[in-house]
Design a protein around this ligand. Sequence first.
Ligand SMILES: [Zn+2]
Length: 348
Amino acid sequence: MKHAAAAQGNTPAEPRGAAQASHCGHVELPSAPVMKPATPLTPAVGLRRRTCCVALLAAGVPGRAVRAADDTQPVIEMLPVPGATLEVQFEPGFDAAQRGRLLDWVRLEAAAVAGWFGRFPVPAAELLLLPVAGEGVRSGVSFGEPSPWLRVTVGRDTSAAQLRDDWVLAHEMVHLAVPQLPRAQRWLHEGIATYVESLARGAAGLVTPARVWGQWSRAMAQGQPAAGDQGLDRTPTWGRTYWGGALFCLLADVRLRQRGTLQRGLQQALQGVLAGGGDYRVAWPATRVLATADATLGQTTLMELYRQMNEPAAPPIELDALWRQLGVDGDTLRDDAPLAALRRAILG
Ligand SMILES: [Zn+2]
């Protein structure tokens, strides 16, 4: 991701001051902005937050919550997750009960992402939760600098069931498992986040495999090249960025398993990237990400697929045939299909 210049006077103690590399979690609505601008928070918010951090350290009780006396001050919780500690920051406006529900949600989603990658992608990250009126998880953005942090906006009246059903937080956490990339390959970052968010949640039991495959069978076609397509790097439309990237991941996953073994696919390849130091704290060229992932499985599948899908006017993927082979018939999964075992190995 191309970075805007750091704001004047931005220091490590003031992490929110600059326009930064970011990835947006809006996936399902074509009308949603492709990238939510990295709006700097007001200095007052940053100062309050930092004050809380100082209070935590001065109290000498890392790992314990620092609770404000009322709901007019930010509240910070240090949340251990597998392989990492998350600093969860609640901006004023959530009551204690809602903070509890949100913390449970963060714990579940972090465990799902950690489970899929083998550990949480980075050893430490901040999660800023912003309240708005109403229900639902409204938006999410991930930032890589100066250290990994996520910002998620949530309705104050969102229920535990609504939180559990939402993908935004998992999506943002998956971004942390991929190096920052040049803008031309934003499709790869968003594609991995879009694809893996469902697999991680599915593997953790937060969504059924039938629902994941059914949704993909309806949504993935939005990633097909349209007339005049110039290849993934040069066609930064919403559909090609999110679903074109996800389609790349699905095809890669299928081919990796067909050429190697059913049990080693994109999950193991991306774990190899993470093991090689490729997380959101570093910037890599896309070819290094793909080559590292390929090398993990001793293949060149990802690089080949990148070349194919990056060709101008590349033919559309024969998706209907792929769904039939995988045994995906809308929301029904068929185990008598030729690639049913491969489908189950991806998410079964
Ligand atoms: Zn995203």
